[in-house]
Design a protein around this ligand. Structure first.
Ligand code: PMP
Length: 394
């Protein structure tokens, strides 16, 4: 159950602000802060190296992070690699795949730069990169994918939920098409995992990437889940080997092969606690709470003359990321007014989605309010009233 009063108490930053920038990074509750602090104060040591007491405790907890996260996304049957963020996870797949001339990658215009540039960059290797356009609501016409996918398509890379428009992509359907052509599907789950129940096995994807810092965990935490651990590692060095000699080396088994160097141990211990926190509330309850707030927000903003709201209008078909603009006012100016006038933190600008902004003709980008478990109806009303007041003064 979501106990909003308790949730508010758990987040120390929430004294006199309304935080609506969780799509950029979420806040962390005391439980997560305590978990990372406990590592630093009581058993700080490196992991998987040596046999002393502290390293044993740290290693056990760090290993457990993999299990906990895999189970949270229904991915026990695959390999869960801990990374520093979604960007790193996607780059690991793009650079670790064996490419040959004329291989094809398909992505969409909706993507965050982190699920766009790693693919565009492959053009250097003579890989053909195709970009499918979506409609103004972010919807993909499945026949556009069917028209261009071919036996040469090696990877299709799509976002699960848009960080600008909030719409959810039909990943299952896309997975089935990919597999008909022998292509792999990479899903950017940065905006879905924190907000809706996820089962990567049911989704049918091959790679699933997301960020721990957007789901109450510490910054510098991310995940690459792979159905088959079939890519080359990005980092070579300590911790990822079986045996090394002057003549060469062998790889460690499983996820360790992909985690060269000392990892973000405290971060991953904090992320494990964040996953437990989300599980205790229940992802269905989180989804319901956000759906209710999103409905109020979209309806309230849409009712104001001179305000344009983007993305799907139906709150049951999307996540709580709501982009909007006030006619004649720069998004950064709107964000300033919300902060200075009402203590509301929102993101403004292009949201690392310049191709989409150009496609939608939004020169200055948008204002984006992104919601999470700690947001309240009162905060949503405050945002709507502040925008109404801004429009009245224009
Ligand atoms: N993909 C999407 C959809 C995102 O919203 C973000 C973060 N805004 C990213 C990728 C990149 O995440 P990170 O900065 O944690 O690598």
């Amino acid at each position: 159950m979501l106990n909003l009063k308790q949730a508010r108490i758990d987040f120390p930053i929430l004294t006199d602000i309304a935080y609506m920038d969780s799509a950029a990074t979420s806040l962390s509750p005391e439980q997560v802060l305590n978990a990372t602090n406990e590592f630093e104060r009581h058993y700080r040591a490196n992991v998987g190296r040596g046999v002393h007491r502290l390293t044993n405790i740290a290693s056990q907890k760090y290993w457990h992070a993999h299990e906990k996260i895999a189970q949270f996304i229904g991915g026990e049957n695959g390999t869960t690699v801990l990374t520093k963020n979604t960007t790193e996870a996607i780059n690991m797949v793009a650079s670790g795949t064996k490419w040959k001339k004329d291989d094809n990658v398909i992505t969409t215009i909706l993507e965050h730069h982190s699920n766009f540039l790693p693919w565009i960059n492959l053009r250097e290797k003579d890989v053909e990169v195709s970009v499918i356009k979506t409609d103004a609501q972010g919807s993909l016409n499945i026949s556009d994918l069917e028209d261009i996918i071919s036996e040469n398509t090696k990877i299709v890379a799509v976002t699960h939920a848009s960080n600008v428009l909030g719409n959810i992509m039909p990943v299952k359907e896309i997975a089935a098409i990919c597999h008909d052509y022998g292509a792999k599907l990479l899903v950017d789950g940065a905006q879905s995992v924190p907000h809706i129940p996820i089962n990567v096995t049911e989704l049918g994807c091959d790679y699933f990437c997301f960020s721990g810092h957007k789901m109450l965990g510490p910054t510098g935490t991310g995940i690459l889940w792979m159905k088959d651990a079939d890519i080359k590692p990005l980092l070579f060095g300590g911790g990822m080997i079986g045996e090394v000699s002057m003549d060469g080396f062998t790889f460690a088994e499983g996820y360790e092969k992909y985690e060269g160097g000392t990892p973000n141990i405290s971060g991953m211990i904090g992320l494990t606690r964040a996953v437990e926190y989300l599980e205790n509330i229940g992802m269905e309850n989180i989804e319901k709470h956000e759906e209710k707030l999103t409905k109020i927000l979209i309806e309230g903003l849409s009712d104001i003359n001179g305000v344009a709201v983007y993305g799907p209008q139906d709150s049951s078909d999307r996540i709580g990321v709501v982009s909007f603009n006030v006619n004649g006012v720069h998004p950064h100016e709107v964000a300033h007014v919300l902060d200075e006038g009402a203590g509301i933190m929102v993101r403004s600008g292009e949201h690392c989605c310049q191709p989409l902004m150009k496609h939608l003709g939004l020169k200055n980008g948008t204002v984006r309010a992104s919601l999470y478990i700690y947001n309240t109806e009162e905060e949503i009303e405050l945002l709507i009233d502040t925008i109404k007041e801004l429009v009245r003064r224009l």
